[in-house]
Design a protein around this ligand. Structure first.
Ligand code: TMP
Length: 212
């Protein structure tokens, strides 16, 4: 059977690494090169589950740590049928955060193992490429103060970064580390090259399952 499916491309990274800007530029570039592409982001704050998560992040509402972890995962699973459908229709998806943020942020809290944190996301569509926008904390600090949302402290972000490093050791995923301290255009050029390669390779492969 010959597939011509879209690619699932995820951007991860610490806060203020420029993920959202780069996602938008990548969607435009893929479209201009003739590949249908769309952007999605997690958490998707528009759904009912997403609204609970949003209130939690804005510190308007407290949730128990395991509970909020499972809600973040449920927020991905509720979009899973749409993700699968778009990929099968040949649309590439550029995703601003995915299960890796889910695992890195919760496992940075005391008492959470990587294994426990990974389990609810096992079986989601596996990304064809995970771009990690790396930014040293000193450079990140120059890009402005942290906001008021939960998790926006440099101490917590350092713990999150260590968890991302552990996740990047997984050879079942195509991780590419990008130096986000470079100019927006240089970072974009690198991301575009990796993405076009991954999209070319993905179109003849079935959609795989994450961490399976
Ligand atoms: P953002 O909407 O600015 O990207 O922020 C979302 C916040 O939620 C960010 O601090 C990372 C965190 N997060 C989790 O804790 N678990 C998850 O599964 C995801 C997608 C994000």
């Amino acid at each position: 059977m010959s597939y011509r499916r879209g690619a699932l491309i995820v951007l991860e990274g610490v806060d203020r690494a420029g993920k959202t800007t780069q996602c938008m530029k990548l969607v435009q570039a893929l479209q201009q090169s003739g590949r249908p592409a769309e952007m999605i982001r997690f958490p998707d704050r528009t759904t009912k589950i997403g609204q609970l998560i949003s209130a939690y992040l804005e510190k308007k509402h407290n949730l128990e740590d395991h509970t909020v972890h499972l809600l973040f995962s449920a927020n991905r699973w509720e979009l899973e049928p749409m993700i699968r459908q778009k990929l099968e229709q040949g649309i590439s998806l550029v995703v601003d955060r995915y299960a890796f943020s889910g695992v890195a942020f919760t496992s940075a809290k005391p008492g959470f193992s990587l294994e426990w944190c990974m389990s609810p996301d096992v079986g989601l569509p596996r990304p064809d490429l995970v771009l990690f926008l790396e930014l040293n904390p000193a450079v990140a600090a120059q890009r402005g103060e942290f906001g008021a949302e939960r998790y926006e402290t440099s101490e917590f972000q350092k713990a999150v970064m260590q968890r991302f490093q552990q996740l990047m050791k997984d050879p079942s995923l195509n991780w590419q580390v990008i130096d986000a301290a470079k100019s927006i255009e240089d970072v974009h050029a690198e991301i575009k090259t990796h993405s076009e390669e991954a999209a070319e390779a993905a179109q003849h492969q079935p959609i795989a399952e994450l961490w399976k």
